[in-house]
Design a protein around this ligand. Structure first.
Ligand SMILES: [Zn+2]
Length: 151
């Protein structure tokens, strides 16, 4: 349910005021069954753009960025991308070297299309929050860190 979304400012008005107030730049998750405005950009949140974001679908990256900002401001969690786009060679290496079931066979992973993000720290309890940004954990309980677009 989305009943609590956007109510934080009303629940704790004293926290909404303060010296850290700055111009608000909103990001918006553009699709998904339930979309919400992303929290305002926060200068305390380390930037997400690293070498791990290279090759990722821009829409996936945009949604994850909005989710990440939301999680930082709502729950105080700093998420980082652990793995994004992978070449087929890299996927083949992981498939060979990781425990069975932990990496898809080369040629079958959405990571090879830039359509999947592995992030940390992950939790199955994030699934509802991910859904607000058009994201999902396709293998909950198995790979809680693996995120894809819902559409
Ligand atoms: Zn993954």
């Amino acid at each position: 349910m989305l009943m609590l979304v956007g109510t934080a400012a009303f629940a704790s008005p004293s926290k909404a005021e303060g010296p850290e107030k700055k111009p608000v730049k909103l990001g918006v998750a553009t699709s998904g069954p339930e979309t919400v405005k992303a929290a305002a950009k926060d200068e305390n949140l380390p930037p997400m753009l690293t070498d791990k974001t290279n090759g990722l679908n821009p829409e996936l990256l945009k949604r994850f960025d909005a989710f990440r900002t939301y999680m930082y401001q709502k729950h105080g969690v700093t998420l980082e991308i652990n793995s994004g786009y992978r070449s087929t060679e890299k996927q083949a290496y992981l498939y060979r070297t990781m425990p069975r079931g932990m990496a898809s066979a080369p040629g079958t992973s959405l990571h090879e299309k830039g359509e999947a993000i592995d992030y940390r720290p992950a939790s199955p309890t994030y699934n509802q929050d991910l859904a607000k940004f058009g994201l999902k954990i396709p293998y909950p309980g198995v790979e809680n860190w693996h995120v894809e677009r819902t559409n």
